[in-house]
Write a protein that binds this ligand. Structure first.
Ligand code: NAG
Ligand code: NAG
Ligand code: NAG
Ligand code: NAG
Ligand code: NAG
Ligand code: NAG
Length: 507
């Protein structure tokens, strides 16, 4: 999203000022509005209550996915070494996973698979000041990417260029057909497709408007195109991929028949977009976390008004838009908004959440040197620990508490996981009366070095997580005796109860 470049730069300088403050005086960590913050550590334990009789959602193995922006093909291809064993190890650790390649540049991408005759007409106002010129993805690049996905067992979702248009304004599928033919010839599995990116802000990005009803028509054209290929006739489509949850565009797309063509209604979300928001304090701000709840309530209301069953996907999402915030989106503190977003999405019924980005810019899970950022480790742990039914957990308004079945790949059937965030500068004790007498396995995540919230590293149970000879270390829990759970200031934790025997988690 380029339109926030100015905001981004402003935000970045503000963020850096805040980072500076943080070093100088940790006690000055600003919480301007403390109406929700009256609790302190001496207020006694947070009593956690979990409704175990009813599942609100199901966390599938693919609940958390990742993105690589289409921009990467255009600008950063040379730096992304798909043949790197280290990169492959990191990617495999997240598998099974969707990898979505999409973004603004998807709508400038020509598929040049050795034959330019089908490239079609790119609708584009090249004179517009932020417009990005079209570019080619070559057969070699496409092969390289697809072979990588095969190697690491990721499931591909590809965002097709929607700005190939006929004179009558309808989508021209010829270049997409050429790409599919090339891919089918090589037996590349493509799990899903999208058509275009963030149409609700196209005017800003490309100075082109595609009406929601037209997009719905175009997605139906894509649906027909897929039926031409036995290899892709069962692939799904998601859409409309709006930049925000733009109610008018989103709803109009679905209502115009889009809901029949897509497997899921999809939209993008970033928390920190204005200059006031783009700073350290908002990364641990519970009011900011709560905006996601209201947001999802609106999304579901819109989707349900059209279709009672249609899944909802958050297909591109991160802490801050426009690349994230250097020193924050790639630091320990980013885990608060990320883990909380996964928790809120789980509770509200979202089927899939795809992190922007696996690789590329400051919000990535893996940095430019292919080293994991703290959110990489958090994402791996989430996938290994959380799987299955989601339960309603309640705690206290200064902390966050979520509960789900524990992943039976790694834990006994019937196990429960409670994951909790303490985004405060005081420690918090949790009392879980339903499991008071049970032993538990604890994964406690704290900053990996003395930089605190802005640490580039994360510790698991006090041990800094790092690759060992390019391999992941064992991510082992600590056994803990029955009783209360005490969380450090500014930390997050997964607590697994292997003896819980939760009936919904038994099958
Ligand atoms: C925690 O934050 C509050 C409010 O900003 C501040 O008054 C207090 O001194 C801080 N405590 C510590 C231990 O940093
Ligand atoms: C603090 O929060 C309250 C309640 O949410 C709100 O009414 C008030 O305007 C906020 N104050 C500031 C300074 O943001
Ligand atoms: C290129 O496209 C033309 C026209 O569609 C077709 O006749 C030709 O066979 C294609 N060549 C290759 C190598 O795909
Ligand atoms: C893309 O490929 C076409 C051939 O189809 C070529 O004419 C054009 O120059 C290429 N564009 C870039 C940016 O390489
Ligand atoms: C093509 O891919 C499918 C799915 O991965 C696989 O089952 C099949 O064996 C492959 N076919 C060939 C000819 O490699
Ligand atoms: C979860 O429990 C709380 C407290 O009992 C209740 O207010 C809330 O509506 C419940 N949420 C869901 C989704 O059931």
């Amino acid at each position: 999203m380029q339109i926030f470049t100015v905001v981004y730069l402003l935000g970045l300088s503000l963020a850096l000022q805040n980072v500076h403050c943080f070093f100088v005086d940790t006690a000055a960590h600003p919480k301007e509005n403390s109406t929700k913050r009256k609790h302190k550590s001496d207020d006694g334990p947070v009593v956690v209550k979990i409704e175990l009789g009813q599942s609100l959602n199901t966390i599938s193995p693919h609940f958390v996915g990742v993105n690589i922006d289409s921009d990467t093909v255009r600008y950063h291809w040379q730096t992304l070494d798909f043949s790197s064993q280290k990169l492959q190890n990191l990617a495999r650790a997240l598998s099974p996973s969707y990898l979505r390649m999409g973004g603004t540049s998807a709508d400038g991408m020509n598929y040049f698979m050795g034959n330019a005759t089908a490239a079609g007409t790119q609708v584009f106002n090249a004179g517009h000041h932020v417009a990005k010129p079209p570019f080619n993805i070559t057969a070699d690049q496409w092969v390289y990417l697809n072979e990588f996905l095969r190697t690491v067992s990721w499931d591909f979702i590809f965002d097709l260029n929607a700005l190939k248009r006929n004179a009558d304004g309808s989508w021209d599928p010829d270049n997409a057909r050429q790409l599919l033919q090339f891919s089918a010839d090589r037996n590349y599995t493509i799990a899903g497709f999208e058509l275009g990116n963030e149409f609700d802000i196209y005017r800003s990005e490309y100075d082109v408007t595609v009406a929601p009803a037209q997009l719905a028509q175009d997605v139906m054209t894509l649906q027909k195109l897929l039926t031409e290929f036995p290899k892709y006739k069962s692939s799904f489509i998601i859409g409309p991929e709006t930049a925000y949850f733009a109610p008018e565009y989103f709803q109009a797309f679905l209502a115009a028949g889009g809901y029949k063509a897509v497997h899921a209604a999809s939209f993008h979300h970033y928390y920190l977009m204005t200059d006031e928001e783009r700073n350290l304090q908002h990364f641990t701000d519970i009011d900011m976390m709560d905006t996601m709840k209201a947001h999802l309530d609106e999304v579901f209301a819109e989707v349900r008004s059209v279709d009672p069953q249609l899944p909802v996907w958050l297909s591109e999402t991160s802490s801050a838009n426009n690349g994230g915030l250097a020193g924050l989106s790639d630091a320990f503190v980013a885990g608060f908004l990320w883990l909380d977003k996964l928790g809120v999405c789980a509770v509200k019924g979202v089927e899939t959440v795809m992190r922007q980005a696996f690789y590329g810019r400051d919000y990535s899970l893996v940095d430019g040197d292919l080293n994991p950022n703290p959110d990489f480790w958090l994402t791996v742990l989430y996938k290994r620990i959380v799987r299955g039914a989601v339960f309603n957990a309640t705690g206290r308004h200064d902390v966050r508490v979520y509960a789900a079945c524990a992943n039976t790949d790694n834990f006994k059937a019937g196990s429960l996981v409670v994951y909790m965030l303490n985004p405060n500068n005081y420690s918090v004790t949790f009392d879980l009366p339903q499991f008071q007498s049970q032993s538990r396995l604890v994964y406690s995540l704290t900053p990996g070095d003395s930089n605190g919230l802005i640490s580039k590293f994360v510790s698991l149970n006090g041990v800094k997580l790092e690759l060992v000879n390019d391999e992941l270390p064992d991510l082992k829990p600590e056994s803990a005796p029955p009783g209360v759970v005490t969380m450090d200031p500014y930390s997050y934790i997964f607590v697994v109860f292997p003896e819980a025997k939760i009936s919904i988690c038994l099958h």
